[in-house]
Design a protein around this ligand. Structure first.
Ligand SMILES: Cc1cc2nc3c(=O)[nH]c(=O)nc-3n(C[C@H](O)[C@H](O)[C@H](O)COP(=O)(O)OP(=O)(O)OC[C@H]3O[C@@H](n4cnc5c(N)ncnc54)[C@H](O)[C@@H]3O)c2cc1C
Length: 417
């Protein structure tokens, strides 16, 4: 069934009883050519592109809970391509271009809104760094505009410009950045993959990876053993645990990231605003809630909930930047697990085990990467060669020290990325 205005009208007149399930609910088959572990945005996008671009068949996505129940459904929905370093720059640029045609391609309203992102800066040194990053973005073919304080004041009048601790000097404006509805991205890719014959199997936890003579032969799951010629791991915050099933130790540390939403308000924020000095960022959802977040909880954890000190820190930063936020009532807070890589950049690569491919290290930035990650991971799984946009996202950079992409310049400090 194609989704369009006429269909909405037709179904509405018929009491909305004619809508079809968005995807099938098949039982697992005993064997597949390709098994993707993890039914978040990345796993589903990978399956979709394997089927659509590479015409692969006999594919299954195995998800231990429900599709989109992980970080795909917990993030603050920011989509951007404002990276400066080679490796990240071309990858996120590739991903943003895919976003821009995705709603038409998937025939699904992802509520992708290119409302623009402004990264504030607070010193001359930071202005220089942002100017350099903006130039790198423009060289990559993306957009960036350096705003002075007056321009910021005009665009973002609700910020506190009298604050002296970190006075607002200006901002780097990325007009093509914005937000998208995270659940819709999961549903859109799930429906797209299902329509191309991919089996989407939920409530199916992978508990073991079978390896013989150095290559994978299949997986053990809570719904039985499944044979597979190739296995792609796209489990976001659980990468170390799943890789360990094949005897691998990944250069990953897992931390909780929290986020918050207020009650619905009338439109007040037109853009996404980030306040790096205070570890705070904010946007307004289409339902009216102010959606915001801050830094990682600083200790490693697999719990999908956060601690109170970080909540206090985020509220303080919010009040410092835009005191009017104090009038809004907080509705909810939640947490998700981030797989932090030592240089803060992702990994899309083969592993040391034949037929086993790894997609991880998305830190707190993997939502915007969803189409790019799926597209490049599918390319790797189908051709055994990295996609040109993901050539530098290699696992061995942590062994050799060559090709590290330390965007924040914080070294191997997971809690500072
Ligand atoms: C609070 C918060 C805010 C964020 N904000 C942003 C943002 O604004 N912009 C941005 O770009 N990124 C953001 N992120 C990061 C982003 O959400 C993640 O990087 C991204 O969603 C990870 O990819 P995924 O969608 O595939 O992950 P997930 O949705 O976590 O998918 C992985 C899936 O694997 C499944 N799984 C795990 N183990 C197994 C197993 N053994 N067997 C079967 N299945 C298994 C899990 O159940 C899960 O569904 C944020 C994250 C959080 C938590």
């Amino acid at each position: 069934m194609r989704y369009n205005a006429l269909q909405v009208l037709k179904q509405g007149l018929a009491g909305n009883r004619g809508w079809k399930r968005a995807w099938r609910k098949p039982d697992p088959k005993p064997d597949y050519d390709i098994v993707i572990i993890g039914g978040g945005g990345h796993g589903l996008a990978t399956a979709y592109y394997l089927a659509s671009v590479h015409r692969k068949t006999r594919i299954a996505v195995l998800e231990k809970g429900y599709f989109g129940g992980g970080s795909a459904g917990r993030n603050t929905t920011i989509v951007r391509a404002n990276y400066g370093l080679p490796g990240n720059s071309e990858f996120y640029s590739h991903s943003l271009k895919l976003w821009e045609g995705l709603e038409q391609e998937l025939n699904f309203n992802l509520m992708h809104s290119q409302r623009g992102i402004i990264n504030l800066f607070h010193s001359d040194g930071q202005r220089d760094a942002f100017a350099r990053r903006g130039n790198a973005m423009i060289n990559q073919g993306d957009d960036a505009i350096l705003l002075d304080r007056a321009a910021c004041r005009e665009m973002l009048p609700y910020l506190d410009y009298a604050q002296t601790r970190f006075p607002i000097y200006g901002g780097l404006y990325h007009p093509r950045g914005g937000t998208a509805r995270h659940d819709a991205v999961v549903w859109g890719f799930a429906r797209g993959a299902d329509r191309l014959g991919v089996d989407l199997i939920d409530r199916c936890e992978v508990t073991g990876i079978d390896v013989a003579n150095g290559s994978v032969t299949g997986v053990q799951t809570t719904r039985g053993a499944i044979r597979a010629k190739k296995i792609g791991v796209a489990v976001a915050g659980n990468s170390s645990r799943v890789a360990a099933m094949a005897g691998m130790r990944l250069p990953i540390e897992s931390h909780v990231l929290q986020a918050f939403v207020t009650e619905g308000l009338k439109p007040v924020l037109d853009h996404v605003v980030t306040y790096g000095m205070g570890h705070f960022y904010i946007s307004q959802s289409d339902k009216g809630g102010l959606v915001f977040g801050g830094d990682l909880d600083f200790y490693p954890s697999y719990a999908s909930r956060g601690n109170l000190p970080m909540q206090e820190h985020v509220m303080e930063a919010g009040m410092t930047l835009m005191p009017m936020i104090g009038k809004a009532r907080l509705l909810r807070s939640w947490g998700g697990i981030m797989d932090m890589s030592p240089d803060g950049s992702p990994i899309i690569d083969r592993s040391g085990v034949g037929g086993l491919y790894i997609n991880t290290g998305w830190c707190y930035g993997g939502f915007k990467a969803t189409p790019g990650s799926g597209h490049c991971f599918a390319h790797l799984l189908a051709t055994d060669r990295p996609h040109e946009a993901a050539e530098r996202l290699r696992l061995d950079r942590f062994e050799t020290g060559r090709g590290l992409m330390d965007e924040e310049g914080t070294g191997a400090q997971h809690n500072l990325h």
